[in-house]
Design a protein around this ligand. Structure first.
Ligand code: LMR
Length: 376
């Protein structure tokens, strides 16, 4: 029956983890997937998340199905985090929002909704380069690449893979241009808090566009900023003109989602909601996000100093100026391959490294290996 099924290539990002796991060398380093690691290279469960889970365990909630669009308290809090408590559409109750299976699920719902209802050309512009999964997500949503009247996908902060964000001034210009050309902004905000260490500063672009009167689509992920990767917590929202339009959009979001996966998982949304609705846990969470961002910044400095100290040919200032989870190193495909084959160091083929995979125990080995690879 399946004799004609061709073998597919490994995923450009998650496939790197598979290769890393198969490597038995003790020096191996995985800088592929964007998942935070602590100073000891271990996955990190935030204390605010642990506390939220303890209070949930004590409350012993049931395991009933959530509504199709998820946990209402969570989606309201997620919208508040992104748009800001004072946001006009939030205050006026005109944001249609649904829980999603993390950021990918939010993009997929957005793609399906826009593919079905966006009245103009069914086309989307993606940044070049962009996150490796953006292209297949929107291709599977029936949205194509086309020249005009398009939806424009924007990374709200901590651009993946480059770590290069527009300045606030540049965001203002981008907003003006989109308005002039009547383009539709679809924000992917997977790293709120990771760029600057402040969740509100990182929401600047989204809030600016909304205050300028754009209707926007927004995907949010709580994978990175709450470390809830495997819990798959996210949200997708659309601003609308009034509560009546919002209600119509909400009804169609349900119709899009129900045949996809029926309704979202409950546990992670409860954790996120507990944190977002407790001032104490919220404050602790914000300081933990900043802690993660700061550790990454210190690794950037150390990596830059070590590469320069080793007289590695080329300019390395971008390692320090880039922000967020990643550094777009400029290493070529043959160099990344040599690093995997000879030094057991894994990264995506475009030379992107997850800075969070570096720590004081492995950064020198990494820098020395890069230096060797660059020197040839
Ligand atoms: C990444 O870019 O590494 C992350 O967003 C994880 C993923 O799902 O690709």
């Amino acid at each position: 029956t399946w004799s004609a099924v061709p073998a597919g290539p490994p995923d450009p990002i998650l496939g790197v983890t598979e290769a890393f796991k198969a490597d038995k060398d003790s020096r191996k380093i995985n800088l592929g997937v964007g998942a935070y690691r602590d100073e000891h290279g271990k996955p990190y469960v935030l204390s605010s998340v642990k506390k939220a889970e303890e209070s949930l365990t004590a409350a012993q909630p049931d395991k009933e199905y959530l509504p199709i669009t998820g946990l209402p308290g969570f989606t309201q809090n997620a919208a508040k985090l992104a748009y800001g408590a004072e946001s006009k559409p939030l205050v006026e109750n005109s944001i249609a929002v649904t829980q999603s299976i993390s950021g990918t699920g939010a993009l997929r719902i957005g793609g399906a909704f826009l593919g079905r209802f966006y009245p103009h050309a069914k086309a989307i512009y993606l940044p070049v380069p962009s996150w490796g999964n953006h292209t297949p997500i929107f291709r599977d949503s029936g949205l194509e690449n086309a020249p005009e009247k398009s939806i424009v996908l924007l990374h709200a902060c901590a651009h993946n893979p480059t770590g290069v964000d527009p300045t606030q001034e540049q965001w203002r210009e981008i907003s003006d241009i989109l308005k002039e050309k009547k383009l539709f902004p679809f924000f992917d905000m997977a790293y709120q808090g990771f760029a600057s260490g402040s969740t509100s500063r990182d929401a600047f672009a989204v809030r600016h566009f909304v205050s300028e009167g754009h209707q926007i689509a927004l995907s949010q992920s709580f994978a990175k900023n709450m470390g809830l990767y495997g819990e798959r917590v996210g949200a997708f929202s659309l601003t609308t003109v009034d509560p009546e339009e919002k209600a119509r959009v909400d009804s169609q979001l349900k119709i899009v989602i129900r045949p996809m996966y029926s309704n979202p998982p409950v546990h992670g949304a409860r954790i996120a909601n507990t944190i977002l609705s407790s001032p104490e846990l919220y404050a602790q969470w914000e300081s933990e996000v900043k802690g993660m961002a700061d550790r990454i910044i210190s690794m950037r400095e150390k990596l830059y100093d070590t590469l320069v100290g080793l007289q590695t040919p080329g300019q390395w200032g971008h390692i320090k100026s880039q922000i967020g989870m990643f550094s777009f190193t400029g290493l070529t495909q043959p160099q990344t391959k040599a690093l995997a084959d000879k030094a057991h160091i894994y990264m995506t083929a475009d030379g992107r490294i997850s800075m969070a995979g570096l720590n004081s125990s492995n950064i020198e080995y990494f820098a020395e290996s890069v230096s060797k690879a660059v020197k040839g």
